[in-house]
Design a protein around this ligand. Structure first.
Ligand SMILES: [Fe+2]
Length: 379
């Protein structure tokens, strides 16, 4: 069901062929009906009437922004970054060596603004039109990566390096056929095989550029590697991927999930963070993603995922109760195990600090009131 509060309602009788709406059109069930920025056709409007649909809904594009906070970045810098990316892409298309110093300049501008407004809101770009997805995504990943690197305590040099790495991470996509890049349905095995070359293509573009450090080249090459070794192209595992590529990886997925495309509804920030949380330790580096979830939860004023007092399922099959948290948004609080992996209540609850016990992690919270009441008797 569509959350109508977030959408503009339009009565079908007022829709005219040739009108262009700036957001995707949905019915009240939340099913996508028509892409954004595409001329409405007579046939489409007639079809709505035949189906008996009287009202449709669309979300006007807006910043991914929480209310009452000053944006961190100026329109001028965001515009500068778009032009810089455009120029780099054009040079590569024409077979020239791109001047990647423009990427660095864009990141320098973002960095200064981030330092000037440390409590500002990360105003990421949202799509104005679908063709510029790669541009906007690259700029967002640059911004997010830079921000996360700062929060992880790295110095200015590395913050900027990771920013440039995030900005250029998908540059190899320029060598992927447009039909595959823009395909809305699932890729075939062969198409996916081709798609998986983009980190290598990107690395090949970057490798002879003396102004790009080896850190940046590795971020481009490793940004689809996964913590458990199931990524591509090299199937690197764990620490071999390095913190910087792990930063770009989590920022890449976050921005992709929360972005609206012609063929998919965006995840909310909350849903995207839950996705990242569930895939921490298999897809994402625990060290990096924990900090990311923490910082984004603060940025978007989200409640804590695991409040003290909640019952949770652990990865071991045990059920535990959250007793203490050292950080508000932590994924690894201190818990008391109250039911063992065989489903048998413990005589004495077992205290476990999940920060130290890396073999256990929280899978999900228990929300069923009856189950919570039953478990409460065990405390
Ligand atoms: Fe990529």
């Amino acid at each position: 069901m569509l959350d109508k509060e977030k959408f503009e309602a339009v009565e079908v009788r007022f829709l005219k062929p040739g009108t262009v709406l700036s957001g995707i059109l949905y019915d009240e069930e939340g099913t996508m009906l028509w892409p954004a920025r595409k001329l409405l056709t007579d046939a489409f409007i007639s079809k709505l009437k035949v189906k008996g649909i009287e009202t449709v809904y669309y979300a006007p594009p807006k910043w991914k922004q929480a209310p009452q906070k000053t944006p961190m970045f100026t329109e001028a810098s965001l515009g500068f970054a778009q032009t810089a990316f455009d120029e780099i892409v054009t040079e590569i298309r024409y077979g020239k060596l791109p001047d990647t110093n423009r990427a660095r300049e864009a990141i320098n501008r973002f960095f200064s603004e981030m330092e000037a407004r440390p409590n500002g809101f990360l105003n990421l770009l949202v799509l104005k039109d679908y063709d510029s997805y790669t541009y906007q995504h690259s700029i967002n990943v640059g911004i997010l990566s830079m921000f996360l690197t700062k929060k992880l305590g790295f110095n200015t040099f590395f913050i900027k390096e990771v920013g440039v790495g995030g900005f250029l991470h998908d540059i190899g996509k320029i060598k992927i056929p447009i039909a595959i890049l823009n395909k809305h349905d699932n890729l075939t095995e062969e198409e996916f095989r081709i798609m998986k070359y983009h980190p290598i293509y990107g690395f090949n573009i970057a490798k002879n550029d003396p102004s790009l450090s080896s850190y940046i080249k590795k971020m481009i090459l490793f940004h689809h590697e996964k913590w458990d070794g199931s990524g591509y192209p090299l199937k690197l595992k764990g620490d071999a991927i390095g913190n910087f590529a792990s930063i770009v990886s989590v920022c890449d997925v976050f921005d992709a999930l929360t972005t609206e495309r012609a063929y998919k509804k965006p995840y909310t920030v909350n849903e995207a963070l839950i996705y990242i949380m569930r895939n921490t330790g298999n897809h994402f580096s625990p060290y990096v993603s924990q900090r990311f979830i923490n910082e984004m939860s603060k940025m978007y004023d989200l409640g804590s995922f695991y409040p003290v007092g909640a019952f949770v399922h652990l990865s071991t099959g045990e059920i535990a109760y959250i007793t203490e948290k050292k950080e508000e948004y932590t994924l690894r609080p201190t818990v008391a195990v109250v039911v063992n992996h065989k489903g048998v209540p413990m005589r004495t609850p077992l205290q476990v600090d999940l920060q130290r016990d890396v073999d256990r992690h929280i899978v999900k919270t228990i929300d069923d009131p009856d189950e919570i009441e039953r478990l409460s008797l065990l405390l």
